[in-house]
Ligand binder design. Sequence first.
Ligand code: FHN
Length: 434
Amino acid sequence: MKRVILLAISLFAVSSLIFAQENYQPSKENLESREWFQDAKYGLFIHWGVYSILGDGEWVMNNQKIPVKQYERLPSFFNPIDFDAAEWVSMVKKAGMKYITITSKHHDGFAMFDSDVSEYDIVDKTPYGKDVIKMLKDECDKQGIKLFFYHSQLDWHHPDYFPRGGTGSGFTGRPQNGNWDNYIDYMNAQLTELLTNYGEIGGIWFDGMWDKKNADWRLAETYSLIHELQPGAMIGSNHHVKPYPGEDFQMFERDLPGENTMGFNQTNTISALPLEMCETMNGTWGFNLQDQNYKSVKRLIQTMVKASGYGANFLLNTGPMPNGEIQPENVDTLIKMGKWLEKYGETIYETRKGPIAPQDWGATTIAKDGTVYIHLLELKDENLLIPSLPEKINSATYFTGGEKVNYSETDYGILLNIPKEKQENYDTILTIKM
Ligand code: FHN
């Protein structure tokens, strides 16, 4: 009997979660934001919190099993005197990025903004005492960059995050009781602050539902709240499954849409919503002093191009240092990518997924005027057979230089001949008019 009741309760919880904001109809502003988002294509993800002091990634509290009481000492060491919002945003612009998604609160529960519903925030608890989110938002507004907030639903600090989920339990020293509804009320109150005190924002990037898959997250309430407060703000959630009603974009963590090489993505569904793939520069999201395993510019550009071939944005991460500076290695990579985009951005920005789905050799994108770009990322030799396009080719030229491409349309596909001297370092792009 007890099992039947438990099953009924958990089915109720799961179904209330699935039917999130069931009758949600995106507003005109929201639909416009979705178009803007898909045109923007490229953004900077920022994981910044008091964890940066320990230089061991954003999961350090859980990984080193630091109890709440000890972790609470960290904010008193957080004094990012070299933080310069104008410098960050100028760098983002030089990098060719159109938006920033920054952690307003990560799993450690510490708010990087001034919150009235908690003292556990940057203004109340750090010697720095300033609201970095506000400083960044003001600068983004000045320089024309949209700002999204990453907000962790999972919380290793709040006592009412109870029953605990798959992480943050056992070591935190919190009492073994709590009121889940209080926690959701608290989260919604902080979201209300973020949506009312910082002007118009790009949206909310949720993360952490995977920690308590079957809990009643009261999604309908949270999603309606956000859409009511800011109809244009987009909601996405990194729950790793297919989007729930009320969400405005679908995200993929460290994998191209539909792929699962990293073990996060749990769905084959690539929804019709705008898409985004996020990726790290090394192995962690938050600042890591030891991890020098940086991905090459080539690899990151090629991943961005493939993401565009799926119609997905590329959200590339940096974990700023505790002094408030962005790691020079990351700045270097971002500026190099920006230089590439200065030259080739036309084949990425404002495009949608092309007529040929991404393949081992590369990807295709399509511009609003119907021009198709074939991105050849891996050329083993000078000849390559690719699938046919939906229409006959009228002209095929090199994006760089504009010379005619040697090709023939056969029954089996298009046979391209790309001489070695025409092959470019990261991406040989062909401009196709049909
Ligand atoms: O646990 C987090 C992680 O710290 C980071 O924020 C990434 C970003 O996609 N998401 C979570 C893991 O799925």
